[in-house]
Design a protein around this ligand. Structure first.
Ligand SMILES: Nc1ncnc2c1ncn2[C@@H]1O[C@H](COP(=O)(O)OP(=O)(O)OP(=O)(O)O)[C@@H](O)[C@H]1O
Ligand SMILES: [Mg+2]
Length: 314
């Protein structure tokens, strides 16, 4: 579906890497669009093709097929001009190790020919980043924060962030989420990759699920949330019959495992806890569903098995 004012629009964008060990189809005919004022989450497991997509959008590598448009302009032909409007956080940062954080920002600011230092300082304060230390002495989380400040300080119209919260502690992740919401509130757009579903759910408007170089689905987060569930394992002092859970709202797939009772829960915990009220609960553990499980719930087993067969055939 073509939208004239799309911030990012790809048309059968593809990349095949050729190496000594043969060819890798890292991205296969990607059709995707990101709208103004949208936070788009690009979700997929390791090796899915997320970084490849980002490198193509930024003209850091050449596509094998197809095209990407950013703000309606060809990502390759107009890359210099486009880069001024983009803030980019790479997955792996190579910063100037002998400079302090302050010096790095000074340098970036002068290369860009702008005056973004006051805002950059505000950002580093919000992210609790000590700017007087040399980059080589930063922890990996602090390097990531500095990378974020560089990506955000010129208030770009589009942020392209490769696994931005990787290595950030939970408190800083929250601040990052706030920064993304503020970006959206100003009508700017964000394209971020992640392999953590909960993070994407927390801040994104839409999510694209990529696997094996193929876009499996694009959904609004609210639609995915309706398929949201958890695996719950209850460890009880005395064994109870799995029949106890029959007909409980939101509960299904109850099995007795060596650990206790394992079940699938949609929605609130309350009905479940009331059902085991008389038992002595030693432990409750919850696990997030995997991408496959969410996908399966959302699209049904038929859709997934078709995809799995296709993937297995490759
Ligand atoms: N320069 C390269 N040469 C050959 N193959 C590559 C190259 N870069 C990536 N690949 C391959 O392309 C596929 C996609 O890699 P990519 O880095 O895009 O995945 P990703 O989704 O970013 O994964 P991760 O979550 O681990 O960062 C993988 O199979 C990877 O091995
Ligand atoms: Mg990557």
């Amino acid at each position: 579906m073509r939208q004239d004012n799309a911030v990012i629009e790809t048309d059968r964008l593809g990349k095949v890497y050729s190496g000594r060990k043969g060819q890798v189809r890292a991205l296969d005919r990607l059709d995707l669009s990101v709208q103004p004022g949208e936070i788009f989450g690009y979700l997929g497991p390791n090796g899915a093709g997320k970084t490849t997509t980002i490198r193509l959008l930024l003209d850091l590598i050449r596509p094998t097929m197809g095209q990407a448009l950013i703000f309606g302009q060809d990502a390759r032909e107009n890359s210099v001009e486009l880069h001024r409007r983009i803030g980019f956080l790479p997955g792996e940062l190579n910063l100037w190790k002998n400079l302090t954080g302050d010096q790095v920002l000074d340098y970036v600011n002068s290369v860009r020919g702008r005056n973004d230092l006051p805002y950059a300082r505000q950002l580093s304060e919000r992210l609790s980043l000590d700017m007087g230390i040399r980059v080589r002495c930063y922890s990996s989380g602090n390097r990531r924060k500095l990378g974020l400040v560089i990506a955000l300080m010129h208030k770009p119209d589009l942020l392209i962030l490769d696994e931005p919260t990787n290595g950030l502690d939970p408190l800083i992740q929250q601040i990052f989420h706030d920064l993304m919401r503020e970006t959206r509130a100003e009508g700017r757009s964000v394209f971020l990759s992640s392999h953590i579903l909960s993070e994407v759910q927390a801040i994104c408007d839409r999510v694209g699920i990529l696997r094996g170089g193929q876009l499996q689905a694009v959904e609004t987060v609210s639609a995915l949330r309706s398929a949201d569930f958890r695996w719950v394992t209850l460890r009880l002092r005395e064994p109870v019959s799995p029949r106890l859970f029959d007909g409980l709202p939101g509960v299904s797939d109850v099995i007795q495992s060596s650990d206790g009772i394992r079940l699938r829960l949609v929605g609130d915990f309350d009905p479940l806890l009331r059902a085991v009220e008389s038992a002595y609960i030693l432990d409750i553990r919850t696990e997030e569903p995997s991408l496959e499980e969410i996908f399966l719930t959302y699209y049904g087993s038929h859709a997934l098995s078709a995809t799995s067969v296709e993937m297995a055939a490759r």
